[in-house]
Write a protein that binds this ligand. Structure first.
Ligand SMILES: [Mn+2]
Length: 436
């Protein structure tokens, strides 16, 4: 009853149109399988895909066709205008079109056309190179194609508030994309989504064979040549994951951005560590930033002037300097470490006394074997000591010279990290952990 218009009514309507065929699936297939079904039945030279909740603007098709004729390896998208979810009003998009990107959760993102691309274009009606297309597709680039947005082609689209069907395969699909296309960079995805490592993603052998057969380029090439705006995290071991407190055991840095389109402005809180990455994923960079980089653009923790609370700001652009209020020193103190070991079990103890590397070793009780050459000595035990750099775990905010401290109730609300004068308290000791 509710969907009657998709039955006979639809058939009747379409039977009056030239060139249009209605192909029905036997069951609800979802977006991508429906597209593939259509593609297998299509007979034309060019495939065009539209969602069912689209409305094409006048003259939308010609610019796309023209570009494909000019360059047959180009995959061209229209500018996607918004159709209001409540009223179905067509809201044009007057500004510069946006292009597609992705973040390290492999979630599709929109962003403005970068300067280098504006410079490359010869006119306002020239196509715009886009790292990904809506949905997040990117591998076309690696295999010799291009993804482009044509500013002269406009199609309206209702952005659904949520998918109308279960998307239980979404995680497995992301994992497949990471496994087939991202080479070693897939680790950056897994660090931010530890549960994805456990997801059964089926067999990707055929997809890898296809990639090899088509001689597709490495993901590194894509990052450097197509998407240099995407910041590639360093993810140095020991400096990413959950940021846990030592005094308030089991409490971690946690951040909830205000919405999907804006990462900034909220305060960092402390919440029981869940080990799922996402909101509790942070990375300490070699530039002394604490980055919240599960999303694009990336957030960096900062201190608002005069405040003792930690707030999310945008990180600098690649190549720019780190703002002073975003610099935190994860302090490393010199600690004296001693080791005691049986002689000769470790090459560092082969000296009777002396310095090996940064170890100063003293070996005691040298015995002479009864029946051996007089020159041979066995060393029984060695004690070695060294001053090693070990993380002491305090996070010093450089500008204010205060330390980040965990507090239960700093502001009548959630537990949160706040700036306090540095002390030796365990509440000021922090450490990164990849997962629980
Ligand atoms: Mn859609």
């Amino acid at each position: 009853m509710f969907l009657d218009h998709l039955k006979e009514q639809l058939e009747r309507h379409i039977s009056g149109l030239k060139k249009v065929r209605l192909i029905r699936a036997n069951k609800r297939e979802g977006l991508v399988r429906a597209r593939l079904l259509g593609a297998t039945k299509a007979t034309g030279e060019v495939l065009t895909f539209l969602d069912c909740h689209c409305e094409c603007h006048e003259g939308w098709l010609e610019p796309l066709m023209e570009r494909i004729r000019e360059k047959e390896t180009a995959v061209v998208c229209p500018v996607i205008d918004v159709i209001d979810w409540n009223t179905f009003q067509y809201l044009g998009n007057s500004g510069e079109p946006q292009i597609g990107g992705l973040d390290w959760r492999l979630v599709f993102t929109w962003h403005v056309v970068p300067e280098r691309e504006q410079k490359r274009r010869r006119s306002a009606i020239d196509v715009i190179s886009s790292p990904t297309m809506a949905g997040g597709l990117f591998s076309i680039w690696q295999c010799g194609g291009t993804l482009e947005v044509h500013p002269c082609s406009h199609v309206g689209h209702v952005f659904p508030k949520q998918a109308p069907y279960s998307r239980s395969k979404a995680l497995a699909n992301s994992v497949r994309a990471a496994e087939v296309w991202m080479d070693e960079y897939k680790e950056l995805y897994y660090h931010r989504n530890p549960h994805a490592r456990l997801e059964p993603y089926g067999d990707v052998t055929e997809r890898i064979e296809l990639r090899n057969k088509l001689q597709c380029k490495p993901f590194k090439w894509f990052l450097e040549n197509v998407y240099p705006e995407l910041h590639v995290p360093e993810d140095t071991p020991g400096y990413f994951g959950m940021l846990r407190n030592k005094g308030m055991a089991n409490f971690c840095f946690d951040y909830n951005p205000p919405n999907e389109n804006d990462v900034t402005g909220q305060k960092i809180i402390l919440y029981p560590c869940h080990g799922m990455g996402q909101n509790q994923f942070f990375e300490y960079s070699s530039f002394n930033e604490i980055r919240y980089n599960t999303r694009q653009p990336e957030g960096c923790i900062a201190i608002d002037q005069g405040s003792d609370q930690l707030t999310m700001f945008l990180c600098r652009e690649n190549g720019q300097n780190v703002p002073e209020n975003q610099k935190f020193i994860f302090r490393e103190g010199k600690h004296r470490v001693t080791k005691r070991g049986p002689a000769l079990s470790n090459p560092m103890f082969t000296l009777v006394t002396g310095i090996v590397g940064r170890w100063r070793a003293v070996c005691v009780t040298a015995l002479q074997r009864p029946n051996s050459n007089a020159a041979t000595i066995d060393i029984v035990v060695c004690i070695a000591a060294a001053s090693l750099s070990v993380k002491d775990g305090t996070l010093l905010h450089q500008q204010t010279q205060k330390c980040v401290q965990a507090e239960k109730n700093p502001n009548m609300g959630n537990a949160a990290p706040v700036l306090r004068p540095c002390s030796n308290s365990d509440l000021q000791k922090w450490f990164f952990q990849e997962r629980n």
